[in-house]
Structures are given as structure tokens and as C-alpha cells.
Design a protein around this ligand. Structure first.
Ligand code: 5GP
Length: 137
């Protein structure tokens, strides 16, 4: 699928590119959720992680790891959140697989909250859920 990221890769749309190799490109996210917010993206336009072959994902995550360290060194944040939104239901807005590296600072206003359901999740539910994932592998 042709997205704005394909246009960035083709240099049809400008971006602040920080890394590039044969398979992967990384550039600053235009919104800069925090200082240094970076996107790491496969050049081949797989829609999301569910569509991405394992070997390509391995290449992507190798660069994610390298860039997370570079962002840490460059900005000395309090921490770094690494996330990927997959499908609209998870908040994906650009349908070309990518990973966000979001440096975190004390007053950055970023809220990534999850609800704790431990008290409503019985032993049988854990068992069934783990089994469902193992079966799908
Ligand atoms: P998603 O919402 O799919 O997880 O992330 C897509 C990201 O792409 C958003 O954070 C958005 O700011 C970023 N983005 C969208 N259009 C552009 C663009 O033209 N240039 C850059 N650098 N980032 C973009």
C-alpha cells in the first residue's frame, strides 16, 4: 500500500532521516510527541506486524535496538517507550509497518495507560489464553 512513508522513502516527501540501509529507514516523527521521537520503518510496505515476515521483522528490530541506544545517548531521557500500533483498532494511522521510539521526560505529558485485570482473571483464563497463543504459533 502506498502511504506517506513510501513517499518519504522515495524522497517525494521531505523528512529528517536519521538512518537508512537496504531494508530499513528511520526518521523523526513529524509530531515529535517528545524531543527525539523517531519512527523506524521497513522499506517494503507491509501493512502491519501481522503481515510482516519474521526475517524482515528481525531486520527492523535490530535497527530499533540500535536507534533506541542512539536516542538515549543523544537526549539522555528519563526512559524510552518503544511501541507499535497495529491496525486502526490499536490506533495505527499510517498503514506501513513502523515502530515508535519515544524518549520520555519527567513532564512530557505522554499517557500510555493499561488497566490491571489481575483480580478478574481466574487461573483457567490464564491457562486458556496461554494455550491459544501456543497453538497459534
Ligand atoms: P501510527 O499512528 O500509525 O502509529 O503512527 C504514524 C505516525 O506517523 C504518527 O505519529 C504521525 O505523526 C507520523 N506521520 C504522519 N505523517 C507524517 C509525515 O508526513 N512525516 C513524518 N515525519 N511523520 C509523519
Amino acid at each position: 500500500m502506498q502511504t506517506v512513508f513510501s513517499k518519504i522513502i522515495a524522497r517525494e516527501v521531505p523528512a529528517h532521516i536519521v538512518y537508512e540501509d537496504d531494508d530499513v529507514i528511520a526518521f523523526l516523527d513529524i509530531i515529535q510527541a517528545t524531543k527525539g521521537h523517531t519512527l523506524v520503518c521497513l522499506k517494503e510496505p507491509f501493512v502491519d506486524m501481522m503481515e510482516t515476515p519474521d526475517d524482515q521483522a528481525a531486520r527492523l528490530f535490530k535497527v530499533v535496538n540500535r536507534l533506541t541506544k542512539a536516542v538515549d545517548q543523544a537526549f539522555k531521557p528519563e526512559g524510552i517507550t518503544v511501541i507499535s500500533n497495529n491496525r486502526a483498532g490499536a490506533g495505527q494511522t499510517v498503514f506501513h509497518v513502523h515502530i515508535h521510539i519515544i524518549p520520555r521526560y519527567e513532564t512530557d505529558g505522554v499517557t500510555i495507560k493499561v488497566k490491571n485485570h489481575v483480580h478478574e482473571t481466574g487461573p483457567d483464563a490464564y491457562h486458556k489464553r496461554a494455550e491459544a497463543i501456543r497453538k497459534a504459533l
